[in-house]
Design a protein around this ligand. Structure first.
Ligand SMILES: [Zn+2]
Ligand SMILES: [Zn+2]
Length: 712
């Protein structure tokens, strides 16, 4: 039994009337195939008025297309003809037919099955669900009153790609990505059957009505049969895929939770349900559009914040002061090196002067520092002298800190083992600070880039935006270098480290200011967003490689691909967006902080939703696979019973029934083998309970999450 349904409208086959056939030829299935009984359907349609415009538009056409109702596995469940294009009345009929399939007559089911049928959580997607469902209940009260109770329990969604063309609020009100208990059901599979069915169009367009419907019924049956044959192995593959994706999403979510640890408790208590205030959807998955700082304000905030991120450790004693100064000198050296390499590209007078000034400052600080070093690391003196012989430039000079020596033995020999322990603490702080700064910068770049696409049409604004982005990118790269220096030092001092290699693809972040894009649930933000404590040492490198492949195509390609769509949505956007320069909104520091935190919140909630959807997907597919096996076994029984019925004159009937029984028995056996192969043989026991198992697994996952949150 399938709980998710979708409509797909089929444009051809077109059947021009009055050519060479008579439209009253009867369908052999007489309403028992996928189509309704023609006379009943006509009677129903006669009650619904058609506009004269429609009549003119579809003149000379008897049938303009068909609408299918299909389940989430793309089995065709019901189908009706369209006479004046795709109208709600036609869609209503297919929906009603689908509901009737397990509606009346269900009282004859045995108790457990009846409970199961009544318990179905029906989620239906339709390209225009946001409009379709508005008066749906009214229409059903008039035409299909017996189905109204079922309809009232139904939830409505819009397929993931179609919703991109709707207003933003539809993503939060009807997008299945943020809907609880829908797994990875995105609705777009409705169209998978179209290419096959489209080929049927030319065949059936000149057939009479009965023959045309029969031909389509045969094809629907063929499609469904092939689906049945493939169902168990498809579901098994989906279970494995969902489990893998869930683990990846869960690990990412844990890392993100640790990064935002101070706010997670508050977020957790927030309701996930979307509400509507006026025309706007309000949702935890959505960035509120009211208070938005200007581009230059964002940029300024980033510059200020980046400064504050380098204050984790405050030097208290002499050794600490020495370590602090070491790292600062290394940073100065790097800055001079950057300036020099920059000058190689643009040789400016001002640049050269800056280099001279900085170099002399560096020299003074280095001299003072070397004096302290001599006291704290007396045995390193020889090595320093050795270096002086080769006379390196001041910005290339090695400081000869504990991390500059490759082995513990060497450090023992030089009597700097204690200092090495101190350096580890400083390097870890340095790496953390660098990561926080990079996170902040990347968020800024993402915001700046989004605003640039949306608003900066004028040349002057555009140039300014590009400059800001370039400068931010440069700053980001510097901090990435810094992170790598700290990381390498930690490796030299302490072997493998919990800090993973940071590559550009780890920086990837889905834009949080905009609505989600198609395929987001398959992408995960880069490793940067996860707290390093969340990644076990041995996994660290492996994790970052998986992320790289998962993120292809990279962020740049993505933003280019999404550009035309974003342009249109910007045009529909009300004037809440004050990103243009010159329209500076004066936000207070705390408002600015709130805005920034809002982005974190959106990122966290979306990551949570993605994790939950894959978890649900895994659980649902497992339930479906078990049901598939049960259904095959049931079919085997039913055909066996039929085969045993005494029918002397009809021996062929028995043979046919036995053949069917064996076919389903084999399918049930295959399903059992698959269930065992993917590790769920315990669920094949007669008294096994899937519910209990899922509950256990969920509790286990809760523990994993809680444990991860308590470690840092
Ligand atoms: Zn199905
Ligand atoms: Zn809509």
């Amino acid at each position: 039994m399938c709980s998710h349904f979708k409509f797909g409208a089929q444009k051809p086959p077109i059947s021009p009337s009055g050519l060479n056939f008579c439209v009253c030829v009867r369908v052999l299935c007489g309403g028992k195939g996928y189509f309704p009984l023609e006379s009943e359907y006509k009677e129903y349609l006669a009650k619904i008025p058609n506009s004269t415009e429609d009549k003119r538009k579809f003149k000379n056409m008897a049938v303009t297309g068909t609408v299918n109702c299909q389940c989430s596995h793309v089995f065709v469940l019901s189908c009706v003809d369209l006479h004046y294009g795709e109208k709600f009345a036609n869609a209503d009929k297919t929906l009603a037919m689908e509901l009737e399939q397990h509606g009346p007559g269900a009282e004859e089911f045995d108790f457990t099955l009846r409970i199961e049928t009544e318990d179905i959580d029906e989620v239906t997607t339709y390209d225009i669900a946001c409009e379709y469902f508005v008066n749906l209940e009214e229409r059903f009260k008039t035409h299909f009153p017996h189905l109204v109770p079922r309809l009232q329990r139904m939830r409505w969604g819009i397929p993931a790609l179609h919703v991109q063309g709707h207003q933003d609020s539809c993503t939060y009100l009807f997008g299945t990505a943020y809907m609880e208990c829908v797994g990875h059901f995105h609705g777009e599979t409705a169209e998978q059957y179209w290419p096959g069915l489209n080929q049927l169009g030319p065949h059936v367009r000149q057939m009479n009505n009965g023959h045309r419907q029969d031909t389509m019924i045969v094809h629907h049956g063929d499609w469904n049969y092939k689906k049945t044959a493939q169902l168990a192995s498809d579901l098994a593959a989906e279970i494995l895929d969902a489990k893998k994706k869930y683990i990846a999403k869960r690990n990412h979510f844990i890392g993100l939770s640790l990064s935002f640890k101070d706010r997670v408790e508050k977020w957790r208590a927030m309701p996930r349900v979307v509400s509507k205030i006026g025309k706007e959807a309000v949702s935890v998955y959505k960035h509120r559009e009211t208070k938005v700082p200007s581009q230059s304000a964002i940029f300024q905030k980033m510059l200020n914040d980046t400064g504050t991120f380098s204050q984790t450790m405050v030097p208290k004693n002499r050794v600490a002061q020495f370590m602090d100064e070491s790292l600062k000198i290394q940073d100065l050296q790097r800055k001079v090196r950057d300036l020099i390499s920059d000058t190689n590209e643009h040789d400016l007078q001002a640049r050269r002067k800056e280099i001279t000034v900085r170099t002399s400052k560096l020299r003074m600080r280095m001299e003072a520092w070397r004096k302290v070093q001599k006291e704290l690391m007396p045995r390193v003196g020889d090595r320093i002298a050795e270096q002086t012989l080769s006379a390196p430039a001041i910005h290339d000079e090695k400081l000869l800190l504990p991390s500059d020596f490759s082995s513990d033995n060497e450090r023992l020999e030089l009597d700097i083992a204690n200092l090495a322990a101190e350096e580890i603490r400083w390097r870890e702080a340095q790496a953390f600070d660098a990561l926080r700064a990079i996170q902040n910068i990347v968020k800024t770049i993402s915001a700046l880039r989004g605003r640039k696409i949306k608003n900066d049409r004028q040349q002057k604004q555009n140039t300014r935006a590009v400059d800001n982005i370039l400068e931010a990118t440069k700053l980001r790269d510097q901090h990435m270098d810094l992170y790598e220096i700290a990381r390498q030092a930690l490796i030299a001092l302490n072997g493998p480290t919990k800090f993973p290699l940071l590559t550009e693809s780890d920086l990837y972040m889905k834009p949080v200011l905009d609505k989600r894009r198609v395929g987001d649930s398959h992408r995960t933000d880069g490793a940067l967003w996860r707290h390093p404590a969340a990644i076990p040492v041995e996994e660290a490198e492996a994790v970052s490689t998986t992320i790289i492949s998962a993120n292809n195509p990279g962020p740049h390609k993505q933003s280019e691909g999404g550009q035309p769509k974003q342009m249109t949505s910007a045009e529909n956007r009300p004037d809440g967006w004050l990103w243009q320069l010159g329209k500076l909104t004066k936000l207070t520091a705390s408002e600015m902080e709130e805005w920034s935190s809002e982005g974190d919140r959106v990122q966290w909630f979306r990551a949570e939703a993605e994790m939950q959807r894959w978890q649900e997907q895994y659980e649902q597919k497992l339930a479906e696979l078990l049901r598939t096996r049960r259904s095959f076994k049931r079919m085997d029984q039913t055909w066996t019973t039929l085969a045993a019925q005494p029918s002397e004159s009809r021996v062929g009937y028995s043979a046919y029934a036995r053949q069917k029984a064996v076919m389903y028995r084999k399918r049930a056996e295959l399903a059992e083998k698959l269930i065992a192969d993917i590790g769920y043989s315990d669920l094949l026991e007669p008294d096994a309970s899937l519910v209990e198992r899922i509950q256990r697994e969920r509790e286990e996952q809760e523990r994993v999450l809680a444990k991860a949150m308590s470690i840092s």
